[in-house]
Structures are given as C-alpha cells and as structure tokens.
Design a binder for this molecule. Structure first.
Ligand SMILES: [Zn+2]
Length: 283
C-alpha cells in the first residue's frame, strides 16, 4: 500500500477561472497567480493516483486569508472525501481571525469526515493564540482525533513563492503549544529534525512527524536516510505536494534511499495508516 500524505486539490470553480481568488487572497496569489502553477480537482488527483499506483492521498486545503474562502474550499474537500471514501482523506483549512469561528469550523469539518487541519501557515495567527483559546483549540482537535499539518520553511537556501517564515524555531514553538496533537511538519520541517539531536528538543517531538513534500526541489536524496536516522523512520511520511511534483519522483527517491525495507514501508504507508486511524476497528 502507498499513502501520499500531502496533495492539494481545489474546487472546479477555481480551476476554471482562478482570477477572482487571486484577487481576493494575497497568499493564494503568491503561489497560484501564474497559470503555470497547476490547479487540479479531486477527479484529476484520483486519476493520477491510479497511474502512479497510490492507494490513498491526503487532500490538504490552503491557508486562505478569509473565513468565507476557508469554508467554501473546506466544503469541496469534504465533498471529495464523500465521493472517494476509500481513496481520499481530508485536511481542512482553519479560518483566521476569531478563535470561536475557528473552533466552530473545525467542529463542522470533523463532523463532515475530516482527518486533520492544514496545510496551515500558523505564523498567520495560531502562534498568537492566548492560553484559553489554545486550550479550546486543542480540546476540539483532540476530541475528534484530528492532526495538524503545517507548512515549514528552511531558514536559508533559495527563495520560492510561498516559502513563508515557518522556520524551525517558530515551528518548535507551535509544536510545544499543541502537545497533545499529532503535528505533521511539511517539507522535512525546514531542518527541524537536526535539532532532535538536542535532548530537550527531542523530548518535545513525541507527537511530531515530517513529510517529504516537494523534497527534490529542496534537498538531495540523502535527506531520506539522514532524517530517518535523526528522528526515526516511524516519524517520516511520504508526501508529494502533487500536482507541484509527480508522485513517482518522490516514491523513486524513497525506493532508492539507503534504508532497510521496513523503514521504507513505514514511510510509504505504515506511519500514515496510524495517523489516519486506518487500522482501528469501528465498533
Ligand atoms: Zn507547504
């Protein structure tokens, strides 16, 4: 089995004409104003999964700047999961601004079948949440067994659209604010795994995972074996960032990595099965 933990889909209306969304959302504009940045629907994703031999994909939303755009696109994520219950697992956007609104939307998404929230850009406002808001947010996530997936940023290296500023120090602050919640740090956590060699950092990473999304754009293929040694292969998740990169490009890198077969199995599906609660028996 192969599970791709990081893909993005958008509603057909955005695929047909993205100009209105580009105008309304500066973050979306930064990544998608060029028509060269591909936007795909659930159907196109499932078709590509069939070709690439992928069983299940996590479909993640985008960190929209307005609650209206979050709700509209969350609806599409949830509808897509209902249409492809065996192929797709949904991660929805958390609306920025008032935390009561965020909590209500998380609750709505959980009831609609979401498995997590993301891809977040918590530098927007989740990092600023006060103690009470944090406790309420953690409570609703925990009650529904939802994970958080956050974008991550390398503090150095080349710039790219949407690189952001979620560097390992901020990422670590974010993680320590949600100790009871599984957090998936996208794009290898911007280098955070290196700091797992510090005992005081390592002890805060018990619930933290790192995905391989967009890896060939960022790191040489040694990264798979290196990070697996730093944090353990049970913390690494195959994610492609499709349609940014073809899924097979990352699967081939994992297959060729200097790692034992059991480690590759964990990365390609074992860890994801656990996070998506696929092996839990429904009473
Ligand atoms: Zn990202």
């Amino acid at each position: 089995m192969i599970i791709d933990f990081h893909t993005h889909i958008f509603p057909p209306a955005i695929k047909e004409d993205r100009s209105d969304y580009v105008r309304r959302d500066p973050g979306f504009a930064a990544l998608y104003s060029s028509n060269k940045a591909r936007v795909i629907t659930a159907e196109e994703l499932v078709e590509s999964m069939d070709q690439a031999g992928i069983d299940i994909s996590v479909i993640a939303n985008f960190a929209w700047a307005s609650p209206g755009l979050c709700a509209e696109t969350n609806d599409y994520i949830l509808e897509s999961v209902v249409r492809y219950p065996k192929r797709l697992a949904g991660f929805c956007a958390i609306p920025p601004g008032r935390f009561e609104l965020a909590i209500a939307e998380i609750e709505r998404c959980a009831h609609g079948g979401a498995r997590g929230m993301g891809e977040l850009r918590p530098e927007n406002d989740l990092l600023a949440a006060g103690r009470e808001d944090l406790a309420a947010l953690s409570g609703v996530l925990q009650r529904h067994g939802l994970a958080l997936m956050t974008h991550s940023t390398e503090p150095m290296g080349h710039l790219y659209p949407g690189k952001g500023n979620m560097t390992p120090d901020l990422l670590h602050l974010f993680i320590t604010r949600f100790p009871g919640i599984a957090v998936i740090c996208a794009h290898w956590g911007g280098g955070l795994p290196f700091y797992a060699l510090m005992p005081e950092v390592k002890q805060t990473l018990g619930n933290v995972y790192f995905d391989t999304a967009a890896s060939p754009f960022l790191y040489s293929p040694e990264v798979y074996a290196c990070v697996s040694r730093l944090v353990g292969p049970e913390k690494v998740l195959f994610g492609s960032d499709y349609p940014l990169l073809p899924q097979r490009r990352i699967i081939d890198e994992i297959s060729a990595a200097d790692l034992p077969g059991e480690a590759k199995d964990l990365i390609l599906s074992g860890n994801a099965r656990k996070l998506l609660h696929l092996d839990e028996v429904v009473p």
